[in-house]
Design a binder for this molecule. Structure first.
Ligand SMILES: NC(=O)c1ccc[n+]([C@@H]2O[C@H](COP(=O)([O-])OP(=O)(O)OC[C@H]3O[C@@H](n4cnc5c(N)ncnc54)[C@H](O)[C@@H]3O)[C@@H](O)[C@H]2O)c1
Ligand SMILES: O=c1ccn([C@@H]2O[C@H](COP(=O)(O)OP(=O)(O)O[C@H]3OC[C@](O)(CO)[C@H]3O)[C@@H](O)[C@H]2O)c(=O)[nH]1
Length: 387
């Protein structure tokens, strides 16, 4: 680990203490790994779970044992939170319910988690003059302007109608009965509150809008390390189908488009924000990879090809199957049509660009999924021989 680190302006970076809330999740686990391996910073890791960071917490003889501490705290109701925020130089809040299957089926939990539970974090940072990096989402943009235009309108080709820009794009959600938007709306309101704390009370903040970060340790495989009936995000849904040799389910034909960025590229952007406060404070950053755009159907086809390569198992004759969103997610589901991040601001402020192609990131991720889960899935599906 380098001790003489310099920021983007050539100033040396002092070691800091970071209170990371939601450190036990997908993004948190990669951020903890990066901070331990490449920086001298200390992490107060707050979460209700620690399975994804256990490899960093044990053994106590590891080179970073003194620099990471796990606090099993539910931020809904724990008075220790303010003390941890006070002890830290910077708080990063990742804690959230952020799987679309929950937005329309558990809208109250979703709104509480993404708005109400984040309020004390913002308040403690503001009152104690502590810097905050808050994780929002690309979903705050909702749908694109372009999707309301006729299919053959040339205006659909104008970037202003589909590229999502922090300072200029509107936030377009569906009606209230489409409870899918409970998450985006809660995230938007907490963004507005943080922004207002900055404007009125001088809170030093950065807001991150991740655009479909994917990679190892994302979510769970149903019936293996998560509930059998659980519905994780698309990477884990499709991984589960591939591991079980069943067709990948395309919701409403798989026509929605997404841009996927490799978690390891995205974590580089977060580290730049952490270590360059003068360039990151007061900004909202899109973090995604505009070059990795596919429809969900194309994602399914590419994942099928990559999985065949890394597992050595043949692809199914019919690798995908269509399913309605009502059957897959239930009443109240709706979707973002297209998500291309404008990269101008992050590029200008932090000089960050994503590097990894979709094929390459799927190859390393599906190699991990196969190595981690294939045996367990095989065992769970093998029929016991009766004597
Ligand atoms: N992964 C992405 O592509 C993506 C995209 C958009 C936004 N985000 C945002 O980034 C953040 C992290 O996402 P992730 O993909 O790592 O999700 P994740 O579900 O893997 O991680 C969230 C973590 O927060 C913890 N948590 C939730 N409620 C808590 C509470 N009350 N007290 C303590 N811990 C709590 C969970 O246990 C979990 O470990 C979220 O705010 C999410 O909305 C992620
Ligand atoms: O088996 C499946 C699962 C999903 N789909 C469709 O894939 C699209 C992407 O789904 P997913 O990655 O699960 O979620 P979203 O991109 O819609 O939303 C996330 O984006 C960022 C974040 O804020 C946090 O990660 C979250 O809200 C979608 O069109 C599904 O319908 C499928 O076809 N088959």
């Amino acid at each position: 680990m380098a001790s003489s680190r310099a920021d983007l302006d050539g100033n040396s970076i002092k070691p800091m203490t970071i209170c990371m809330i939601g450190a036990g999740g997908f993004i948190g686990s990669h951020l903890c790994e990066k901070l331990m391996a490449e920086t001298p910073h200390k992490v107060l890791a707050v979460d209700v779970y620690n399975d994804k960071i256990n490899h960093l917490l044990e053994p106590s003889s590891s080179p970073w044992a003194e620099r990471i501490q796990f606090h099993r705290i539910n931020i809904k109701n724990d008075s220790r939170l303010e003390g941890l925020i006070r002890m830290a130089d910077l708080t990063i809040n990742l804690a959230a319910i952020c799987t679309p299957a929950d937005y329309n089926t558990r809208p109250l939990d979703t709104i509480y988690s993404n708005f109400i539970d984040a309020l004390p974090v913002v308040k403690y940072c503001s009152e104690n003059s502590k810097r905050l990096i808050h994780f929002s989402t690309c979903e705050v943009y909702g749908k694109t302007v372009g999707c309301f235009l006729p299919k053959d309108s040339p205006l659909r080709q104008e970037p202003a109608n589909y590229v999502l820009s922090e300072d200029t794009s509107p936030c377009i959600f569906g009606p209230i009965e489409k409870q899918r938007w409970s998450y985006a709306c809660a995230k938007q309101l907490i963004e507005r509150l943080i922004y207002a704390e900055g404007a009125e009370n001088g809170l030093e903040f950065t807001i991150v809008r991740p655009f479909n970060w994917i990679g190892p340790r994302m979510d769970f495989i149903p019936g293996i390390d998560g509930p059998s009936e659980g519905v994780p995000r698309v990477l884990a849904c499709f991984s589960n189908n591939l591991l079980r040799g069943e067709p990948l389910k395309l919701v409403d034909g798989g026509e929605s488009q997404r841009t996927f960025v490799y978690i390891k590229d995205a974590i580089e952007a977060v580290l730049l924000m952490i270590e360059n406060p003068a360039r990151a404070n007061g900004h909202i950053f899109n973090v995604g990879n505009p070059n990795n755009e596919v429809t969900v159907r194309q994602l399914a086809e590419m994942m099928t090809q990559v999985y065949t390569k890394v597992s050595g198992e043949p692809a199914l004759a019919s690798p995908t199957i269509d399913i309605s969103s009502k059957e897959f997610y239930g009443e109240g589901y709706d979707d973002s049509d297209k998500r291309i991040p404008d990269m101008t601001i992050i590029n200008r402020q932090l000089g960050w660009n994503p590097k990894t192609s979709l094929w390459d990131l799927l190859e390393s991720t599906l190699t991990y999924q196969h190595r981690t889960y294939a045996e367990a899935v095989k065992k769970s599906t093998s029929v016991p021989v009766s004597s």
